[in-house]
Design a binder for this molecule. Structure first.
Ligand code: SF4
Length: 335
């Protein structure tokens, strides 16, 4: 049906806003199928009592008879709540407790102190100190040649680390290298492969050496370094070496230093530095100057594994390598 202008004007005058202005009809959306109705939950007794109670006391103008009836209604609701316990709804009483029926019960209850809850995290006992197991060390290490020294290390049982190692890690490189790199102890990959400084830290060391034209690969003694660790066997789970283990293993490293007779040693990492220099000072206090062990200059710096976590300190290590290069140059000129 279409309205004339006159009819529209009349409808407007009559205030029939529903037809003014005319909106084009929207196509109807298909009806959604009705969801099945959820069965109604019975009102919990607590709610019933709460709903009934106000009428018993606050209805304005209620007569005495009405008030009595309301009180009776409230009492009945409360009685139902009391009978119900959890009302069979599975609600815990604490969560849906009905209002108290007597004035004394109606007083607000003082808040309960929070229950003590046993901590879910068991108290952690400090890790037990690793047991020190020492055996007999091969004799005559300080006079061994390279083959004897290699054999002595591979069969060494002078400390408990021999029980958990896969391989001893003797060292690699040129036996008359000008530079000797000393690290700490084998990690997991070193233990598997029997070579020091492998994995990401080893790759970083290779790049650092390449930056000063050195290598662990085949080359002459001017360019190929010799790399060894203070400890020849891996501490379990990469724990810190024990002083007794370091002491037992130290003669092997000292003999390697004596056989290589490098121009200088670069000690990398806290344990290597502190073991070689017999100090507990941190690297930050020891780097930047030249130390000496068995007549060989020692420059200390951070371990490549540390640099992987703290790349900003690569600049410090670069300074240390430049210092080492200067020391070697002076030594060469003086030789
Ligand atoms: S760590 Fe050194 S002293 Fe201990 S078993 Fe290995 S080679 Fe021997």
């Amino acid at each position: 049906m279409r309205w004339t202008e006159r009819q529209l004007g009349m409808l407007k005058e009559m205030g029939v806003a529903a037809f003014w202005p005319m909106q084009p009809m929207q196509p109807m959306q298909p009806m959604q199928p009705m969801q099945p109705m959820q069965p109604m939950q019975p009102v919990p007794p607590a709610n019933a009592a709460r709903e009934a109670a106000p009428y018993a006391s606050t209805e304005p103008g209620a007569g005495r008879a009405d008030a009595s009836a309301a009180r009776a209604l409230a009492a009945e609701a409360i009685a139902q709540a009391g009978r119900g316990g959890d009302g069979g709804h599975g609600w815990p009483d604490d969560a849906h407790r009905a209002p108290a029926a007597s004035p004394s019960e109606a007083r607000p209850q003082s808040p309960r102190p929070p229950a003590r809850v046993a901590s879910a995290v068991p108290a952690t006992a400090p890790p037990a100190a690793p047991e020190v197991v020492l055996g007999s060390r091969p004799v005559g290490i300080d006079t061994m040649d390279w083959p004897a020294l290699r054999e002595a290390v591979s069969g060494c049982q002078a400390c408990g680390l021999c029980q958990s190692r896969r391989n001893t890690v003797f060292g690699v490189g040129h036996e008359q290298a000008r530079w000797m790199i000393v690290g700490e102890a084998p990690g997991e990959q070193e233990d598997r492969q029997g070579e020091p400084f492998v994995g990401r830290a080893g790759q970083l060391l290779d790049r650092m050496l390449a930056a000063i034209d050195l290598t662990r690969g085949e080359a002459g003694p001017d360019r190929q370094v010799f790399i060894a660790n203070v400890l020849k066997c891996r501490p379990p789970a990469n724990r810190n070496p024990l002083p007794q283990e370091v002491a037992q293993c130290e003669p092997f490293l000292l003999r390697q230093m004596a056989l290589v007779r490098p121009d200088l040693i670069v000690a990398m990492g806290r344990f290597a530095v502190q073991s070689l220099l017999k100090t507990t000072d941190p690297i930050g206090r020891l780097r930047g100057r030249v130390h000496e062990v068995a007549g060989i200059p020692v420059v200390v710096t951070y371990h490549p594994a540390y640099l992987l976590r703290n790349p900003a300190d690569k600049a410090l290590v670069w300074d240390d390598l430049c210092l080492a290069r200067e020391v070697q140059a002076r030594r060469r000129q003086g030789a």
